[in-house]
Write a protein that binds this ligand. Sequence first.
Ligand code: NAP
Length: 259
Amino acid sequence: MDFGLRDRTAIVCAASMGLGRSCAAALAVEGVKVVIVARRREVLERTAAEIRSATGAEIVAVAADVTAKEGRDTILATCPDPDILVNNAGGPPPGDFRNWDRDAWIKALDANMLAPIELMKSTIDGMIARRFGRIVNITSHAVKAPVAILGLSNGARSGLTGFVAGLARATAEHNVTINNLLPGTFDTDRLKSNLQALANSSKRSLEEVTQQIKSSNPSRRFGHPDEFGAACAFLCSAHAGYITGQNILIDGGAFPGTF
Ligand code: NAP
């Protein structure tokens, strides 16, 4: 299927590794010019070169912190009028809420709620004027079913989800869609560190925790980041203009609800 995205432009945040990288690569395959963002320049530029050589697409690397205003200004100076915005950032650390002070909460809110809202604020009116926009926020399965040790994530991402639910209905008539993609357990560095934290807190080995989580998933495996990237690219496609305000869980069937 042709996704109808050739020569569109995209900003993909937190894209040097993991899920963001896979979203950028999947858009590049569709002929999108992609601006990829992450803080560590060296890793980011290596990723840009790899995606460029695999797809032939134009990939621009912008080393910036999406949680900082200066970082967002740098991104927008490079790409002021994206057709596609994929919001993403690192997830907050696990822990016990008794140990989190205001600063810990502000950091989580900055990364997983306020930075995406600021980037939407800066780009959405241009999308509306051009009558095409696709915004995908990478959130988490924790929005649907909270993970006890990820309270900062449960809280901050739910705030973004509530905000998006309202905004998405206000932009749909302009062919600007906003959806959230909720990863379950995908095989990335972030997952490895979460599994290690779980192993430490439950005094089990990493191997034991890994096997237990894989075997408790109906698919008996972790997701591959490319599976996530493909879903993101479809939501950004010309064909997905009637899908908006949704929270799409990609978790191998782990969430046990009928809906
Ligand atoms: P990952 O493999 O650790 O990759 C994180 C990426 O984000 C890296 O490219 C990192 O590069 C970049 N990044 C982090 N903070 C940033 C910032 N402030 N500004 C710009 N770039 C930043 O993580 P992942 O597994 O792909 O996860 C992506 C998101 O999905 C996270 O929020 C995570 O919590 C969430 N999630 C993941 C899973 C999963 O199973 N993997 C499940 C649920 C939710 P630099 O460090 O160089 O900036």
